[in-house]
Every structure is written in C-alpha cells, then in structure tokens.
Design a protein around this ligand. Structure first.
Ligand SMILES: [Zn+2]
Length: 64
C-alpha cells in the first residue's frame, strides 16, 4: 500500500537502503509492504515509490 510519510518516520528503503525522509513541502510517499512467510506475517518492508517500481513491484501493485 502507499502511505504518506509521517513526521519522525525512520524507515529505510529495502532497495536503496536510504532513509525514507519526511519532507513537509512535498507530500512524500512511501510504499509499505506486509511480507508474509508461510502464510504468517513476517515483516514490513518500506520502499521509495520509485525504488519499488524499479524492483518490479515485488509485492504487486500498491493500493490504498
Ligand atoms: Zn529507495
């Protein structure tokens, strides 16, 4: 899913390893993916929207 980045956000992008920064001037967005392993929730991964696309949208099209 795609979410706006919250102030104080400290998530790192799973592709480029850079902090997904909150920027007040632009409505920065991040992709948040719930990753399941063996049908159980495993972890949450964060991506820059551009990085997610570059990776070939590994968890499908963002929605929400
Ligand atoms: Zn990135």
């Amino acid at each position: 899913m795609s979410r706006t980045v919250d102030a104080g956000n400290s998530a790192y992008c799973a592709v480029c390893d850079e902090l997904i920064k909150f920027r007040a001037r632009i409505r920065a967005e991040q992709i948040i993916c719930n990753v399941y392993a063996k049908n159980r929730w495993d972890r949450v991964e964060h991506y820059h929207p551009a990085c997610y696309e570059e990776a070939g949208s590994p968890y499908g099209e963002p929605n929400g």
